[in-house]
Design a binder for this molecule. Structure first.
Ligand code: NAD
Ligand code: UDP
Length: 333
């Protein structure tokens, strides 16, 4: 069949003006879909989707997912939710409402239209994990009343809603547990570690390590992640179980700081700050399920992803800045 603007699939992306959402919109448009990008611009930005505005298959709708919405669609990607700790802690009640009402509104639309619906869940459902690396079968170790709970428990409640709508109403669900992802279009004031460190290094400021930097994360480049999302949305499933999506190469935060400083620093140093409460001590995805089900493995080494991200920030912050990069020792992927 020849795909035209009239018969191509219609796909809703909530949170489509954010970091991940805007890359997903790019991918869907490139694949020939008609895309509705719905966002209230809480942490997202019109700049992220400026290049798509005016495209005949792209539409932007400013709307808050806490309030119901209705479109005729074939697929829904539910990404709307602040994702960086400073942003989701700024108004924790709004964060919880976004997760819970946002999930209900996406699921109600899926129920009415028969659309397949994808939930951007998170490694935060594992909390401060006592099982390492984390397989999907692990139920997690989450503080229900701490400063991160609005996000962690909100995302856990959203997963519960997804599985109850599946069992009760037969909704066709996809649940991805996304681990730390980075890349161009992160907001320079986002507050997450990779963007913070690169922006600090490029500005010649001290790199701020929270705690002693021995805590670990595993970082996935955005293009790999979007590829995994696309594969999960469009694969055949025998069970609706969640799927971890992330890069299993684990780094300490101190290692990340040293690499960024060495490659992009312009005279900066490292400054230690207090560790935020409930900050997970370790995190690494077990991606066996994604590898078997989706034939998916992240391909981008951290050094390469870091370079692309640093180039983006250097253009954003100062178009005249010239990047110096030295080879990095560990190349994950
Ligand atoms: P982001 O903050 O860049 O994007 C979130 C988007 O959702 C923004 O455009 C924001 O304006 C929008 N939004 C927030 N609340 C909304 C509301 N009530 N109504 C409508 N729009 C709303 O963050 P991101 O990194 O792109 O994350 C996207 C999704 O992926 C989130 O659901 C996040 O929890 C999930 N996730 C991301 C990561 C990661 O490392 N990037 C990891 C795990 C899960
Ligand atoms: N972090 C840090 N300095 C920063 C920002 C974050 O040391 O400027 C640490 C943070 O305490 C955490 C890790 O880096 O241990 C990852 O933080 P991020 O907010 O990116 O993601 P999350 O904690 O949600 O995985």
């Amino acid at each position: 069949m020849i795909v035209t603007a009239q018969n191509s699939p219609r796909i809703l992306v909530t949170g489509g003006a954010g970091f991940l959402g805007s890359h997903l919109c790019d991918r869907l448009i490139a694949d020939g879909a008609r895309v509705i990008c719905l966002d209230n611009l809480y942490t997202g930005s019109l700049a992220n989707i400026a290049h798509l505005r005016g495209h005949e298959r792209f539409e932007f709708v400013e709307h808050d997912v806490i309030e119901p919405y209705s479109f005729e669609v074939d697929q829904i990607y539910n990404l709307a939710c602040p994702a960086s700790p400073p942003h989701y802690q700024r108004d924790p009640i709004f964060t919880m409402k976004t997760s819970v009402f946002g999930a209900i509104n996406a699921l109600e639309l899926a129920k009415r239209t028969g659309a397949r619906v994808f939930q951007a869940s998170t490694s935060e459902v594992y909390g401060d994990p006592k099982v390492h690396p984390q397989p999907e079968s692990y139920w997690g170790h989450v503080n229900p009343i701490g400063v991160r709970s609005c996000y962690d428990e909100g995302k856990r409640a959203a997963e519960t809603l997804f599985f109850d709508y599946q069992r009760v109403h037969g909704v066709d669900i996809r649940v991805a547990r996304i681990f730390n992802t980075y890349g161009p279009r992160m907001d320079p004031n986002d507050g997450r570690v990779v963007s913070n460190f690169i922006v600090q290094a490029l500005r010649g400021e001290a790199i701020t390590i929270y705690g002693d930097g021995t805590q670990t994360r595993s970082f996935c480049y955005v293009d790999d992640l979007v590829d995994g999302m696309d594969r999960l949305m469009n694969c055949h499933l025998d069970s609706f179980d969640p799927v971890n999506l992330g890069n299993p190469v684990e780094l300490t935060i101190k290692q990340v700081a040293e690499r960024v400083l060495r490659s992009y620093g312009v005279g900066g140093s490292i400054e230690y700050r207090p560790l935020p409460s409930d900050d997970p001590t370790q995190r690494q995805p077990d991606i066996s399920r994604a590898q078997e089900l989706l034939d998916w493995t992240p391909m981008t080494p951290f050094a390469d992803g870091l370079e692309r991200t640093a180039s983006y920030f250097s253009r954003l912050l100062n178009p005249k800045l010239v990047l110096s990069r030295e080879p990095m020792e560990i190349r994950g992927g």
